[in-house]
Design a protein around this ligand. Structure first.
Ligand code: NAP
Length: 318
């Protein structure tokens, strides 16, 4: 089969399309005929070597959608021919940028007929992350105000939809060209993230009870200042926080909870994906696929996911 691999760590140019052996399912795994693989920033961290891989060359990619081709021992919930989608590959095991991928069955969920393969592949990481942030960690409630930083991003645009469908009032920040589309997705207020008076604007608009932060390097103090008493801040992005806090005391006065999370730690990713799938089938969480690429353009897709501005997700098709 064809697979996108890196033989050494480095920039997007180290990705090559190689002919490799088809995978066999281990106990608890299924082999998926991959119809589409989602592209996420984390895919580039493994490629660069910032996150470890077990060996080189290595097949990258975490998200996929396709049909079950083979079922390993001990798997009860899937049968050959089932439409599935999943996330969590490429972390200690070969990834999803391949014509076939062996995936632990509990990293997968059934893909509803209403949801196409590209949308399913786009949904894994970002749907599970938004669910873990807003439902599991923040326990957001319908009467609350949720602020999603970076609403046009992969995580951001599904977090906006999830917060809206939970009944929350949704503030989001984004580049101004995405305002109308984000309102269509469920945002009540869209703030230009580059405006100088962003903190005053969010505060005047009611602050926030829950914040989902994709850019913790810039917004740790900002979050503390705009959040309401008893608020919860869930940090998902950046592993460094150069800005830090200048006045952490404000968080004590408001009893703010900070939770930093990794989707990889979800107790049961498949169960989370099954809930995300229900929302997708009902049209409550619709990933926007901005562009699809062939495997030979995987490097360009990984460059674009970090460098270009667009609303939604990038997807690879074999
Ligand atoms: N912890 C976890 O489990 C987890 C899970 C998923 C993702 N992540 C991390 O979360 C981050 C976002 O992931 P993603 O897939 O959503 O990435 P993405 O699709 O690249 O989206 C990033 C978004 O941030 C916006 N942005 C850029 N600068 C901003 C700023 N100063 N303020 C507010 N928004 C800004 C971008 O808008 P423009 O393009 O218009 O500038 C873009 O919409 C990445 O660092 C990723 O590694 C973590």
């Amino acid at each position: 089969m064809r697979a996108v691999r890196f033989h050494e760590h480095g920039g997007p140019e180290v990705l090559t399309v190689d002919e490799v052996d088809d995978p066999d399912p281990e106990h608890g795994q299924v082999v998926v005929d991959v119809e589409a693989a989602g592209v996420n920033p984390v895919d580039t961290y493994f490629r660069e070597g910032a996150y470890p891989v077990p060996h080189l060359p290595f097949i990258g990619g975490g998200d996929l959608a396709g049909t079950v081709a083979e079922v390993g021992e001990g798997v009860e919930q899937f049968a050959v021919g089932d439409r599935v989608f999943g996330t969590g590959l490429g972390n200690g095991m070969p990834g999803s940028y391949a014509e076939q991928a062996a995936a632990p069955a509990d990293f997968l969920a059934h893909l509803p007929d209403e949801v196409g393969f590209d949308a399913g592949a786009a949904l894994g990481t970002v749907g599970a992350t938004a669910w873990q942030a807003l439902v599991h960690h923040a326990s957001a409630e319908p009467t609350e105000v949720v602020l999603v930083h970076g609403g046009s991003g992969g995580v951001g645009h599904v977090a906006v939809q999830l917060a809206d469908t939970m009944g929350a009032y949704v503030h989001t920040t984004a580049s101004p060209e995405y305002e109308a589309e984000l309102e269509d997705l469920g945002a009540d207020t869209v703030f230009d993230y580059a405006r100088d008076d962003l903190e005053d604007a969010v505060t005047e608009a009611g602050g926030a009870d829950v914040v989902v932060d994709l850019h913790m390097d810039q917004y740790l103090q900002f979050n503390a200042d705009v959040v309401n008493a008893g608020g919860r801040v869930v940090g998902i992005g950046n592993d460094t926080a150069e800005g830090g806090f200048s006045d952490i005391g404000v968080t004590k006065g408001k009893e703010v909870q900070y939770q930093f999370m990794s989707m990889f730690n979800a107790d049961d990713i498949g169960a989370v994906l099954a809930k995300v799938a229900d929302l997708a089938a009902q049209g409550e969480m619709t990933p926007v696929v901005h562009e699809t690429y062939g495997f030979e353009d995987a490097g360009e897709a990984q460059r674009a996911v970090l460098e270009d501005s667009f609303l939604g997700k990038l997807v690879l098709e074999p």
